[in-house]
Write a protein that binds this ligand. Structure first.
Ligand SMILES: Cc1cc2nc3c(=O)[nH]c(=O)nc-3n(C[C@H](O)[C@H](O)[C@H](O)COP(=O)(O)OP(=O)(O)OC[C@H]3O[C@@H](n4cnc5c(N)ncnc54)[C@H](O)[C@@H]3O)c2cc1C
Length: 434
């Protein structure tokens, strides 16, 4: 029997559960992530800590992601294109708007919303970032800081994903030191003129509505504005060549004397501190992204090691591989429990910024470790996007950096537990702006 015959015979064996043609021959002895592995990562049975509604959201999102998104995600990730045709499917899940009550939003518990985030991220991190920017940043800012008229006008269609939002804080020269932003808002008759640049803004190349933060030239404080797509003077250009979250369309925004009517200024943003209540929720959501990603990685490795054989035995039979699986599984249980506890602290009104930051930073750190072990376990296939782990490994890098880098979140917790801010080098330190 030739090697090719051997491969084709394997490809036709139902044990390997391979998709038809081409792909089956290219991936002998292992099923790619387009047929998503069953969930084996919830070892301590999180469902026991959830309400029936939260369990139902979890299962609904998991089914949609495994059936609708898993088969197409590698192709779109490779092409760095956004699959616009999936937006109605994600909209039908009724998770956009997360915890927001009324205005056509789902009014989920924070735990329910966090689980939805994790289930999306378990299959595809880019899709979860798309929803997170839209829901936990853009929509939440309108819900927390918008006028009644703005909430009624914008939230219902955003909740159904009939329109898409983005959230623009970061600038080319201003990243971690976000409160130092330079984009200006100058009051003129009937509205405001915005001038400046934004960078890295997720969804901005196609968003219908952009929440933009700018410095009021009269008060020197940060204000927020709703800017509609196609407003004269506004351009958004896609950032190319990303190695992670390739499906997400991040943009460079240029604001060249953009006129915004008074009715589109967010009345609840009068200073940088007003963004804190939004960031508190969104940091909890971001913390659940690496949890979901790590679960997907583990699930993939768990199936792979049982399918693929070396030295006459499944890879799962080797002690070193079992130890690595258990290491990953332990990380994930600890990550889930910290994420769950963060939700409970938030629900009881007790969560502090330092607690949210510790959750985000520690969970992302452990996710990176988990992904690195998973990548090793898949051998050569550990560098192919088709087997999820390589893709998830890369997707974790921007998550480690956005919504406050690992370092900045550590310093936020450090300030809270010591009472000493250490964001600025001692010589130049006057007062932290964070
Ligand atoms: C894929 C992606 C999506 C994003 N989406 C959005 C979005 O939708 N909207 C938005 O507004 N922004 C978005 N961002 C921007 C993101 O929030 C910033 O990248 C992040 O805040 C870090 O800023 P920076 O990249 O300028 O890094 P820098 O601030 O230049 O930091 C570089 C390094 O220095 C470290 N560092 C900086 N200051 C300190 C300090 N005081 N002490 C110790 N270490 C320090 C950092 O931790 C980091 O390691 C996105 C970024 C990425 C990569």
């Amino acid at each position: 029997m030739t090697k090719q015959d051997d491969l084709e015979q394997n490809a036709n064996t139902s044990y390997f559960n391979l998709p038809p043609l081409g792909i089956s021959i290219a991936f002998p002895q292992a099923t790619p992530a387009s047929i998503f592995p069953p969930c084996a990562s919830d070892y301590y049975q999180l469902d026991d800590l959830l309400t029936p509604e939260e369990q139902a959201v979890r299962m609904k999102v998991r089914a949609c992601m495994e059936q609708e998104i898993a088969p197409i995600m590698t192709e779109y990730w490779e092409k760095a294109k956004f699959p616009f045709h999936v937006i109605p499917k994600l909209g039908a899940l009724r998770i956009a708007g997360g915890t927001i009550k009324g205005y056509g939003c789902p009014g989920l518990s924070i735990t329910g919303s966090a689980l939805a985030t994790a289930e999306v991220a378990r299959v595809d991190a880019s899709c979860s970032t798309f929803i997170l920017v839209h829901s936990s940043l853009a929509m939440l800012t309108i819900a927390f800081c918008g006028s009644e008229e703005q909430k009624q006008k914008y939230l219902p269609s955003l909740a159904q994903l009939k329109t898409v939002g983005c959230w623009a804080l970061t600038e080319p020269d201003i990243g971690s030191d976000a409160s130092a932003l330079k984009t200006t808002a100058t009051k003129v008759e009937g509205g405001w003129i915005l001038k400046g640049q934004k960078r890295w803004i997720g969804n901005s190349t196609f968003a219908d509505l952009l929440v933009i933060f700018a410095r009021n030239t009269a008060t020197n404080q940060i204000n927020g504005f709703i800017v509609k797509k196609d407003t004269p003077g506004l351009t958004a250009t896609k950032i190319e060549n990303k190695i992670g979250l390739r499906i997400v369309q991040n943009g460079d925004i240029l604001l060249k004397n953009v006129f915004i009517a008074d009715k589109d200024r967010l009345p609840g943003v009068d200073s940088f501190q007003d963004t804190n209540k939004i960031l508190a929720v969104s940091r909890v959501m971001v913390a659940w992204q690496p949890i979901g990603i790590s679960m997907g990685i583990y699930d993939m490795c768990h199936r792979y090691l049982k399918e693929r054989k070396q030295f006459g035995a499944p890879l799962a039979a080797f002690q070193i591989n079992q130890q690595k699986l258990v290491h990953m599984l332990g990380n994930i249980q600890a990550m889930i429990l910290i994420g769950w506890r963060l939700c409970k602290l938030y629900e009881s009104g007790k969560m502090t910024p330092g607690q949210a930051s510790l959750g985000k930073s520690w969970i992302t750190l452990k996710a990176r470790e988990t992904a690195a072990i998973g990548r090793e376990l898949l051998g050569g296939n550990g560098i192919l996007a088709d087997f999820l782990v390589a893709k998830a490994f890369c997707d974790l890098e921007p998550i480690y950096t956005y919504e406050g880098t690992y370092d900045i979140n550590s310093l936020i917790t450090g300030r809270e537990i010591t009472g000493i801010a250490s964001f600025k080098p001692a010589a130049s330190s006057k007062r932290s702006r964070l």
